[in-house]
Write a protein that binds this ligand. Structure first.
Ligand code: ADP
Length: 399
């Protein structure tokens, strides 16, 4: 079944058409800088890249341009459903859902939890419904996979009313990636997904790690927002919350501005002063830049500590799985992390790690050591598969 996957952000809209029977991506593209004079739409089809300037385009104009491209290439008529990435599903959504008035109201209810993302995700859904009124729309939530976390993992130790009255708790993100990657890992391990214990380290610009046992997320590093947990490209990850009250008056800025800096000027970028990009930092570190080296060291140390912590809910580790741009591509970072995790029995096999596990069914560790794998994530495919399943179910129910 061919599915249009849409990830509508505040100033961008990512799209792909995927044939779910074999996972083939027929077209993929990105409208970016939406709302600015530099707005543009780029896409890749049949191995060729094309770009179109859309000066001043808003979300509506951008999506109309995407649909025109799909129509011109003869791809629009065969699409059977639209899968939307939605960032925050709060406690409303434990799985992907066919969009109806109730689902829209649920996503709207979660706007206070995801103020930067949910409104744009809703815009994508509304425009999708207007442009393709005959197609079912499916919402796939970043948070849904983590709704299986037990209360001991998701509660903050704060006054009870903060949770009860204001829904302040840990939710976790990157759920679509963690779900896809943990499934792929079970397949590589030759074990049923429902009897598998893995720790997935999703390391991209945003980073999070999740303990997955028997197909369920038991704990994850991100919290109420994606700021909690690991050191990331520009996000600090865990800090003492008292840091906000300490630094705000010293810098003469409001607490909101401090949180903004923790999201946008911290992490690898903050420590190194060079870049938020791991590849650039590794090159700078190799060239003798001490702060770049330090940033990588903090990143690796904090990640290794978090992974060791996630062994607690699992009880055993069938595999640690690296994914995301850093996890899939940086043999150096993986080797550094595994070295720090020797206490858990990890030992890197240099040759396997160097070719990203391709020659050994994803394995990058030595025989006899605790297993670590590299698995390429594919959130778009997971969204398309969920959408196809729900669309097929809806069609069967209508018959
Ligand atoms: P996003 O979270 O935006 O999807 P990606 O998953 O593409 O991001 O990950 C981007 C990160 O992956 C960047 O820090 C980039 O430097 C890093 N990366 C990509 N390739 C390599 C590589 N060969 N070595 C080290 N880091 C890499």
């Amino acid at each position: 079944m061919q599915i249009l996957v849409l990830n509508c952000g505040s100033s961008s809209a990512k799209f792909a058409v995927i044939e779910t029977s074999d996972g083939h991506e027929l077209i993929s593209g990105l409208a970016q800088r939406i709302g600015s004079p530099q707005a543009s739409l780029g896409w890749k089809w049949d191995g060729k890249k094309q770009e179109l300037a859309l000066p001043g385009a808003d979300h509506k104009t951008s999506l109309e341009a995407i649909v025109k491209v799909l129509r011109d290439l003869g791809l629009a008529a065969t699409i059977r459903g639209i899968g939307h990435r939605v960032v925050h599903g709060g406690e409303h959504f434990t799985a992907s859902a066919v969009v109806d008035a109730k689902v829209i109201a649920g996503i709207r209810d979660c706007i206070p939890l995801g103020p930067l993302h949910n409104p744009a995700n809703l815009t994508g859904i509304e425009l999708g419904a207007a442009l393709f009124p005959e197609l079912a729309q499916v919402a796939v939530f970043d948070t849904a996979f983590h709704q299986t976390m037990p209360s001991r993992a998701y509660l903050y130790a704060v006054p009870w009313a903060w949770y009860q009255d204001h829904h302040a708790r840990r939710y976790g993100f990157h759920g679509t990636s963690h779900r896809y990657v943990s499934r792929q890992a079970a397949e590589l391990l030759g074990r049923p997904y429902e009897a598998c214990a893995t720790i997935v380290a999703h390391l991209g610009n945003g980073c999070s790690a999740t303990a997955v046992k028997d197909g369920k997320s038991l704990d994850t590093t991100m919290g109420l927002t994606p700021l909690e947990g690991l050191v990331m490209g520009t996000r600090s990850g865990d800090v003492d919350p008292a840091l906000i009250g300490y630094i705000a008056p010293r810098l003469g800025i409001t607490p909101d501005k401090v949180i903004d800096a923790l999201n946008k000027q911290s992490g690898l970028h903050g420590i190194s002063g060079v870049s938020n990009d791991m590849r650039t930092l590794l090159e700078a570190a190799a060239g003798g830049n001490d702060r770049a080296k330090l940033a990588v060291e903090v990143f690796v140390y904090r990640l290794a500590k978090a992974i060791a912590g996630l062994a607690v809910p699992l009880g055993r580790i069938d595999a640690l799985v690296f994914t995301g741009g850093i996890g899939e591509n940086s043999a150096q970072v993986r080797a550094m992390v595994l070295e720090q995790l020797a206490v858990l029995g990890f030992r890197t096999d240099e040759a396997r790690n160097k070719d990203h596990g391709r020659s050994a069914k994803g394995r990058i560790t030595a025989d006899g050591a605790t297993t670590a794998l590299v698995v390429a994530t594919n959130e778009e495919l997971m969204i398309a598969l969920d959408t196809a399943t729900l669309v097929a179910g809806k069609q069967a129910a209508a018959r």
